[in-house]
Design a protein around this ligand. Structure first.
Ligand code: C2E
Ligand code: MG
Ligand code: MG
Ligand code: MG
Length: 285
């Protein structure tokens, strides 16, 4: 009966748009509390060196463990960006990754580099102190800054005012590496690659998923690899799902691969169990 009432009430007072707005407000209120309720978790996905087969990197991917089930970042990151929550959330992710990485470095013999996604909102004026704080946090944990990489999007470079340039330069000067995510899906011009001193370029999975011999995407990927290498930039292919794709990417000289073929994003303890096997040996004993 309550359900019936609810439906009638919705029907009577509110058209679909109002229901959607209400749903959005509810999600927003829950998002506001998610940090305090410890509902966020960072998953890690391996990135493989295609030449050696070794796991040398991982991408940190945020998960929201909502009481009703896990919510995909695709469904809450845009909301977090619109409302500015992404600044706090982004800081939480940074803190968590630095914490986790310092633990792994203490327990395992590993050179793992973790890359963290960032949103353009985090680079807007007023948020700069947060990014500075990221650097301080790294220092206080005694982490080698080169074990961190910041992923940015082409849209950030498009919008880039001097503020963005400064912040990226700060990262760079600290020794943190920079990767350009989802390459090929935005509108950035090649000149940005030179201007911003990008270390890695991540070929978007939409190109990788259509890699077959003789395909246009094959030609495109090959061209991207050649161009990137000419500029001293290393290339990571996203969304590698088949052995055929892995082979073609390796053949064209692509440096790294990431995708379900190698491993899905998993919680930190699973990642360590699966990929960080060699413990630190205590020489004093
Ligand atoms: P992204 O940065 O491009 O991350 C790669 C996405 O592709 C991840 O989705 C990953 O799970 C998925 N993926 C990896 N390998 C494969 C594959 O072989 N096949 C397919 N179909 N998918 C694959 P996810 O984890 O759902 O994240 C989606 C997006 O949400 C990310 O795309 C990123 O833009 C954003 N995101 C995730 N975590 C954060 C964060 O901490 N901060 C910000 N600002 N954005 C984040
Ligand atoms: Mg990414
Ligand atoms: Mg991507
Ligand atoms: Mg993306």
């Amino acid at each position: 009966a309550a359900k019936e009432e609810g439906r009638n009430r919705f029907h009577y007072f509110t058209p679909e748009m109002e229901a959607a707005a209400q749903q959005r407000r509810r999600l927003l209120n829950q998002l506001r509390e998610a940090i305090d309720l410890q509902q966020f978790e960072v998953y890690y996905q391996p990135i493989i060196n295609l030449k050696t087969g070794g796991v040398v990197k991982a991408e940190a991917l945020l998960r929201w463990n909502h009481p009703n089930g896990q919510i995909s970042p695709l469904d809450f990151i845009p909301l977090a960006e619109e409302t500015g929550f992404i600044v706090d959330i982004g800081n939480w992710v940074f803190t968590e990754v630095v914490r986790q990485l310092s633990i792994w470095q203490a327990h395992f013999n590993t050179d793992l580099q973790v890359s963290v996604n960032t949103s353009p909102v985090q680079y807007q004026d007023g948020s700069s102190s947060n990014l500075n704080w990221f650097g301080n946090n790294i220092q206080s944990h005694n982490l080698n800054p080169a074990s961190l990489c910041v992923e940015i999007t082409e849209s950030l470079l498009m919008e880039a005012g001097s503020g963005v340039t400064d912040k990226l330069l700060q990262f760079r000067n600290q020794g943190i590496e920079i990767a350009l995510d989802d390459f090929g899906t935005g509108y950035s011009s090649l000149s940005y690659l030179k201007q911003f001193h990008i270390d890695y370029l991540k070929i978007d999975q939409s190109f990788v998923s259509h890699l077959t011999s003789g395909s246009q995407d094959l030609v495109l990927c090959e061209a991207i690899v050649v161009m990137a290498h000419t500029l001293g930039i290393r290339v990571i292919a996203e969304g590698v799902e088949t052995q055929q794709q892995q082979q073609m990417l390796t053949d064209m000289g692509c440096d790294f691969g990431q995708g379900y073929l190698f491993g899905r994003p998993v919680p930190a303890n699973e990642f360590a169990a699966q990929w960080l096997k060699s413990p630190v040996t205590d020489l004093s004993e």
